[in-house]
Ligand binder design. Sequence first.
Ligand SMILES: [Zn+2]
Length: 172
Amino acid sequence: MAFGRRSILIAAAALGSGRARAAAIAPERFLWMQNAAGEEVAVAFRAGEEYIPAAIARLRHLLRDVHAGVEGPMPPLLLDMLSVLQEGWDYSRPIIVRSGYRTPLSNAAIEGAARRSLHLHGQAVDMAVPGISADELGTRAAGLARRLGFMGVGAYPSFVHLDIGPQRVWTR
Ligand SMILES: [Zn+2]
């Protein structure tokens, strides 16, 4: 949390090869999130190249379909993307998850939801960040998508949809 990406890369260059170097390049990653049920998790979920199973399990539970009470798949790549985005505010603001994983039944009940939504695969999150407008959040997410070459970003009036599918940006 105390290291920026630049200082991590400089530290990595100063190290020898092997695990220490890999760990320095892939730093510890954090997430601070709240869900629609009012639950909150703030946790380090990755140390170097290793994901931390207990932390992943807590985040999977947080991102479950809260209406159906069902946990979905939780691709760690989605957590990495959210963490990189949250790093933009130095982890000073939580991510408010409006919708994470959705069962087919829950998804069908949402007006306007895509029938083949990536929420059905646990690959998408609808989110907001307190004190940050959906516009700004969408702009930041779209910037990250350009850097990475993938990620779907949908800007809605009060939240931003983010997924780890192919790169595309839309506004509603
Ligand atoms: Zn969505």
